[in-house]
Design a protein around this ligand. Structure first.
Ligand SMILES: Nc1nc2c(c(=O)[nH]1)N[C@H]1C(S)=C(S)[C@@H](COP(=O)(O)O)O[C@H]1N2
Ligand SMILES: [Mo]
Length: 308
């Protein structure tokens, strides 16, 4: 076991920043994850939580662990928000293989441990906003997807990266129903995937990812609607043409390929102007690119109403 399992934590436990930071230090000290670049080392003087936040971190209040792990979207385990926590409990996320393939110089099938070995792991406190109008702030654990992509050495012809979730209908009750086409597929344009904010993620709150949040490996693309952040990834494929993502296939008028958070483009069935942060009352305005303005240049010259 390379990190303590999140399921060992009582769901009532609220995880303030100081606690999960300390846990991350513990994980590092135990050599269970590759050493991280986070400046703080165990025994360092106590600094304010805000001061510990890194350049990618939002300064907003972190959503309590219990909310982020009990209100989920993960249709492989059912369509209700409570289903993933209830039905993913026994999902086997180990051993886990990931295939890096397609238009790359170095295709390979990795054991998850080898896929992430040698990279500098960070906590990244990101907002994530679901197209349904709720949002969370979570300290994810991982590293920039761009690091992995560089190691794979994509060919010039590779214009997009496609992510595929495991197909395991025996273990994923939702895959025995045709609510979506399985397996779940997502994709990013190469420059989006190379943006340092795009995170290859295998933990949250200093722990391994709980099953309901996509164990053992997912992506987190914080400027896009949550469905772009595919869970339980087994295949990363470099391709020439824009991949057809599952939600686009299911309902093309509602879900595009880009799916950048955009309060000016309403979903056909609901407004995108405001959102509710899990654990809070009331609504807050939704921000363009979910507040991640640094990605705007990726889309200069593009009509983001057409390319929703
Ligand atoms: N494989 C897979 N990945 C998925 C989904 C899914 O149904 N299957 N749902 C997506 C949606 S709609 C959202 S909002 C986020 C939710 O992530 P969370 O449950 O960790 O908050 O996961 C995304 N990734
Ligand atoms: Mo979502």
């Amino acid at each position: 076991m390379w990190v303590r399992h999140a399921t060992d934590i009582p769901s009532s436990e609220i995880t303030p920043e100081s606690v999960y930071r300390n846990r991350r230090e513990f994980i590092k000290a135990a050599g269970l994850l590759a050493s991280a670049s986070v400046a703080a080392i165990s025994g360092a003087p106590i600094v304010s939580e805000a001061a510990q936040r890194g350049r990618f971190d939002t300064t907003e209040t972190v959503t309590p662990y219990a909310y982020a792990t009990s209100y989920n979207n993960y249709y492989e385990f059912g369509t209700d928000k409570e289903d993933p926590a209830a039905y993913a409990v026994n999902f086997k996320s180990k051993p886990w293989k990931v295939s890096v393939e397609g238009l790359v110089k170095k295709p390979a099938v990795y054991d998850l441990e080898d896929l992430i070995k040698g990279f500098e792991v960070e906590d990244r406190i990101y907002r994530m906003r679901c197209v349904e109008g709720w949002s969370i702030v979570v300290p994810w654990v991982g590293f920039s997807l761009s690091e992995l992509i560089k190691r794979a050495e994509p060919l010039g012809k590779a214009k997009y990266v496609e992510f595929t979730t495991i197909y395991a209908p025996k273990d994923m009750p939702g895959q025995r129903r045709d609510v979506l086409e399985w397996p779940y597929v997502e994709g990013l344009r190469m420059d989006e995937a190379m943006h340092p904010l795009a995170l290859l993620c295998f933990g949250m709150y200093g722990e391994a990812l709980p099953n309901q949040d996509g164990a053992p490996l997912r992506i987190v693309v914080p400027w896009k609607y949550g469905f772009k952040s595919a869970k339980a990834i087994v295949r990363i494929r470099f391709v020439k043409d824009q991949p057809t993502n599952t939600w686009n296939k299911s309902s093309p008028q509602e879900y595009g390929f880009y799916s950048n958070v955009n309060p000016q483009v309403d979903h056909p069935r609901w407004s995108q102007k405001t959102e509710r942060r899990l654990g809070e009352f009331g609504k807050r305005p939704t921000l363009m690119f979910n507040g991640y303005d640094q990605v705007a240049s990726l889309y200069s010259g593009m009509d983001l109403k057409k390319n929703y």
